[in-house]
Design a protein around this ligand. Structure first.
Ligand code: PLP
Length: 390
């Protein structure tokens, strides 16, 4: 069987592959502390679970509109207005199977062969493959620590073929946020150069002190050039429910829902119904999880600050620490992938090598795990750094 050139050229998610390997080891009874995947360890809040059971009972088990059920799009429009100062009508919103799907469909909807998407790196690995699959050209803009994107960085990389600038603040894998003054300059740049902006705001609810700002709220003219994407996975611990959304100019959103209607029909109907409850009911569970993430973040930052031979930028948001191990490479371990492999084999701790984020020499640790696991990880990583001959 000959596979297509597209399938052969695609790199499956390295994070999913590593996670599958760790789960295999755990099934064999090997107690691995798994900090490689970016998903909350919390259960989905009970009111959302109950809303889903009720939705099934109430018959939300049929196809929905391709764009998503109207009531949900209205609830999302209200959320975007209240939380993000963004004025979208419900027709300018499409509900998708996760934020991943929203991003992918956006690229399919707007990119022609050779159109460039400017992606600040280190970045979430999927962006690059999504752009490739959609026929565009991902152009990585390599940031230096502290990884804080500026308008000047973008200006250096923009070409005549640039069509989209991709923004992910707080970022996966660094947790770093773009400063408001830079967001304003970036908005001006997008307007001036007649570009589109895709703003992936999935970590919006997980910030540690700095206020979150949606770039599309900063000026009137940037709203119609921005597609804001967000989802439920991280804030509401709903990774497996597969629900996200995109809001943007009507023509693009209609194209996205048209594509979705042919590819997947829609997001799952009863999940959509419970998505209304997640947004409109008491947010106590969200606050509880936010508080816990904040405690874990402070613990991890404080413990890693004491470790030798590593460096990192304290995260402003998300639930990751992106750690430089460059000083330990070149001898026994040639690459950060080798280093992470040895950490897994010797200390039974799984973290994701920087190569997965197009940034070798680093690893990403997810602190969306129990304090018990984080303590084990701190001890094991410390032991590994001190005892290993590099
Ligand atoms: N965007 C970023 C930056 C992510 O880190 C992730 C998941 O790791 C996603 C999007 C995908 O989220 P979803 O589960 O909503 O597809």
């Amino acid at each position: 069987m000959k596979l297509s050139k597209l399938a052969l050229s695609l790199t499956p998610s390295p994070i999913f592959a590593l996670n599958a390997r760790v789960e295999e080891l755990q099934k064999k009874g090997i107690p691995v502390v798994n900090l490689c995947i970016g998903e909350p360890d919390f259960a989905t809040p009970t009111p959302i679970q109950k809303a889903a059971y009720q939705a099934i009972k109430d018959g939300y088990t049929h196809y929905s509109l391709g764009a998503g059920i109207r009531e949900l799009r209205e609830a999302i429009a209200l959320k975007l207005a209240q939380d993000n100062k963004l004025k979208y009508k419900s027709d300018e919103i499409v509900v998708t199977q996760g934020t991943k799907s929203a991003l992918y469909l956006i690229f399919l909807a707007v990119l022609n062969r050779g159109d460039e998407v400017l992606i600040p790196a280190p970045c979430w690995s999927s962006y690059v493959e999504m752009v490739n699959v959609a026929g565009g050209k991902p152009v990585l803009l390599k940031l230096k620590p502290p990884f804080r994107l500026t308008e000047a960085d973008l200006k250096r990389k923009i070409s005549r073929k640039t069509k989209i600038i991709l923004l992910n603040s707080p970022s996966n894998p660094t947790g770093v946020m773009v400063e408001q003054a830079e967001l304003e300059k970036i908005a001006d740049l997008v307007i001036e150069r007649n570009l589109l902006l895709v703003s992936d705001e999935i970590y919006e609810k997980l910030t540690y002190g700095k206020p979150f700002i949606s770039i599309a709220s900063l000026k009137k003219d940037i709203l119609r050039r921005t597609i804001t994407v967000n989802g439920y996975s991280k804030a509401y611990a709903m990774t497996g429910w597969r629900i996200g959304y995109a809001a943007g100019p009507l023509a693009i959103i209609s194209a996205v829902s048209g594509l979705q209607s042919q590819i997947a029909s829609s997001a799952v109907t009863f999940v959509q119904k419970s998505g209304i409850d997640a947004l409109t009911s008491d947010q106590a569970d969200l606050f509880r999880m936010q508080k816990e993430f904040s405690i874990r973040r402070d613990y991890i930052v404080s413990e890693f600050s004491k470790m030798p031979k590593i460096s990192f930028t304290p995260p402003d948001g998300a639930f990751y620490l992106f750690v430089a191990v460059k000083k330990m490479l070149g001898g026994k371990y040639k690459t950060s992938t080798d280093w992470c492999e040895a950490l897994l084999v010797k200390q039974k701790i799984a973290v994701t090598p920087g190569e997965a984020f197009f940034y070798p020499g680093y690893f990403r640790l997810s602190f969306a795990s129990s304090m018990e696991n984080l303590k084990k990880a701190v001890e094991g990583i410390n032991r590994f750094i001190i005892n290993s001959e590099h």
